[in-house]
Write a protein that binds this ligand. Structure first.
Ligand code: GRF
Length: 194
């Protein structure tokens, strides 16, 4: 059984996909807790599945290091095998990354190394990309630069706007996240840092 803590900041649709999968007795993953940096909408999914949740708000701490130390300590309390960033919208400092990586993965809505950063879907559209997609990668000390574990392509349609494209990307994200975490649990995917 692979034990996981998931961090979110928003709607938590990826979290929900993982909670649903983990609810199945044959899926060898246990979600120990869900954390956030704010009162995120998606925390309601954790409640629904009886999974504990916690919030460590950035605004309550004077600097990034004290905030991330508190986040780290809270995660350590659960002692997970893996930490999944599923729409966690804050950059984590090197001290946090060193503590958990390579057992720290992120899901990103583009085919990295194309379109890193917080506006990947908008940037792909603005660049006139004909295809974009999803990447799951190990988190390293850069922003969206860590070793790629899995990718899936999504075709950009001429009529797409940011919302329609992101919706189709998220559909692929949900499947890819569930598959990838399964593959990590079954040791078919080995997590390595750099
Ligand atoms: C996803 O597109 C993910 O790739 C990005 O943030 C979004 C989170 O969506 N990092 P949700 O909160 O899982 O619905």
């Amino acid at each position: 059984m692979l034990s996981v803590v998931v961090l979110i900041s928003g709607t938590g649709s990826n979290l929900l996909a993982l909670l649903k999968a983990a609810d199945h007795p044959l899926y060898p993953v246990r979600i120990l807790a869900v954390g956030s940096d704010r009162a995120a909408e998606g925390l309601a999914h954790a409640d629904l599945y009886g999974v504990p949740s916690f919030v460590v708000e950035r605004g309550r701490f004077s600097d990034v290091e004290t905030w991330s130390a508190k986040l780290q300590e809270t995660i350590e309390h659960f002692n997970p095998d893996l930490v999944v960033l599923a729409g966690f919208m804050r950059i984590l400092p090197p001290s946090f990354v060193s503590r958990f990586s390579p057992n720290l993965i992120n899901i990103h809505p583009s085919l990295l190394p194309l379109f890193p950063g917080a506006h990947a879907v908008r940037d792909a559209l603005a660049a006139g990309a004909r295809e974009t997609g999803v990447t799951i990668h190990v988190v390293d000390k850069g922003v969206d630069t860590g070793p790629v574990i899995a990718q899936r392509t999504v075709t950009v349609m001429p009529a797409d706007d940011q919302a329609s494209l992101h919706e189709r990307i998220k559909f692929q994200e949900h499947e890819l996240l569930v598959e990838t975490v399964l593959s990590i649990a079954e040791k078919r995917t080995e997590l390595v840092g750099r």
